[in-house]
Every structure is written in C-alpha cells, then in structure tokens.
Design a protein around this ligand. Structure first.
Ligand SMILES: Nc1ncnc2c1ncn2[C@@H]1O[C@H](COP(=O)(O)OP(=O)(O)OP(=O)(O)O)[C@@H](O)[C@H]1O
Ligand SMILES: [Mg+2]
Length: 152
C-alpha cells in the first residue's frame, strides 16, 4: 500500500502535481492522462528522482520521501523505465554488474549477476553489448531490471 498525501511538485512556473492525495493498493492497472499531465513526475517522486515541494508518502506505513532511491528499492519499491536505461558500451553482463555495485555486497556480486541473467533467460546474450542485445532480445533491460530488484 502506498499512501500519497497532498503532494505538490513545481518546476518553475509549471505545477504538474498539485495537492495529490491517493491510496495505491494492488492491483493498480495503470495511470492515465494526457501528455505532460505529470504521470512520469509521479513515478519519479515515488522512486526518489524528484523531490516534491509539499506532501508526504507512506510505503507500507513508513515514510518514503526521506529514503534514497536505493533505500526505496530495499524497502520493496520497484520501477522500470519507459525506455531502456542501458550503458551502451558495456555488455549485458557488465550492465548488471554496474547495478550490482550498488545493491549487492562485493562477495555476492558474481553469483547474483549470474542468477539474475539466468532468471530472465539472458545468459546467452550476456557478452553482447547493450544495444545489440536489445535488438536481438527486445526489452531485455527492463525485464532484467525488474528481475534484479525483485531479487535484491
Ligand atoms: N525535471 C523537470 N524539469 C522541468 N520540468 C519538468 C521536469 N520533468 C517534467 N517536467 C514538466 O512537467 C510536466 C509533466 O511532465 P511529465 O513527464 O510528468 O508528464 P507525463 O504525464 O509523464 O507526460 P507523457 O505522457 O508525455 O509521458 C511537463 O510540463 C514537463 O515538461
Ligand atoms: Mg511520461
């Protein structure tokens, strides 16, 4: 359960989120609105990339906004991105290693990366560069990303 109370976000003169109050509980199927309505801004607020000027959010009863993005992942929050977020000159394997640096203790990284690759069935493209693996395995990054956080 995510409880949003009176969230306001301003970017200069633009106020895409204005005193939003909502309770999100499974299953939430979608967030709809016209271009520029503030959908991505809300996801950025929830995941910690945008800090609201006002309001509070509880995740399972605990304050969310004081937490860093990583702490939010560790608290159980998950997100994927509209477009793949890939370091283009790293392989699939090394893209995952770059994330592992932030979420897995050093001694567990190699095993965790192999397990994540196997879980999303991307072991066979592990040594391909990010962009070429995307064209041969569409959406791998978001699936790997989602898998990763669900295992961390
Ligand atoms: N970091 C930012 N700095 C300044 N303005 C921003 C920033 N992020 C979003 N905006 C502005 O806030 C408004 C809401 O944008 P947002 O991306 O949240 O909309 P959206 O509902 O996700 O739109 P779309 O359907 O096009 O994805 C837009 O006017 C956008 O230009
Ligand atoms: Mg958007």
């Amino acid at each position: 359960m995510i409880e949003i109370s009176n969230i306001t976000v301003r970017f200069g003169g633009i106020k895409p989120i204005d005193q939003l109050t909502a309770s999100l509980s499974a299953p939430v199927a979608g967030l709809i609105g016209p271009n520029g309505a503030g959908k991505t801004t809300l996801l950025n607020v929830l995941s910690g990339f945008v800090r609201p000027q006002e309001g509070s959010i509880l995740l399972a009863g605990a304050p969310l906004l004081p937490l860093s993005p990583l702490k939010r992942v560790q608290a159980g929050l998950r997100r994927s991105f509209q477009t793949e977020q890939v370091v283009e000159d790293l392989t699939v394997h090394d893209n995952l290693c770059a994330i592992a640096d932030h979420v897995v203790p050093p001694a567990e990284r190699a095993r965790a990366v192999e397990a994540a690759l196997a879980h999303v069935r991307l072991t066979s493209v592990a040594d391909m560069m990010g962009p070429s693996s995307i064209s041969s395995s569409a959406g791998w990054w978001n699936s790997a990303n989602a898998s990763w956080v669900s295992r961390s």
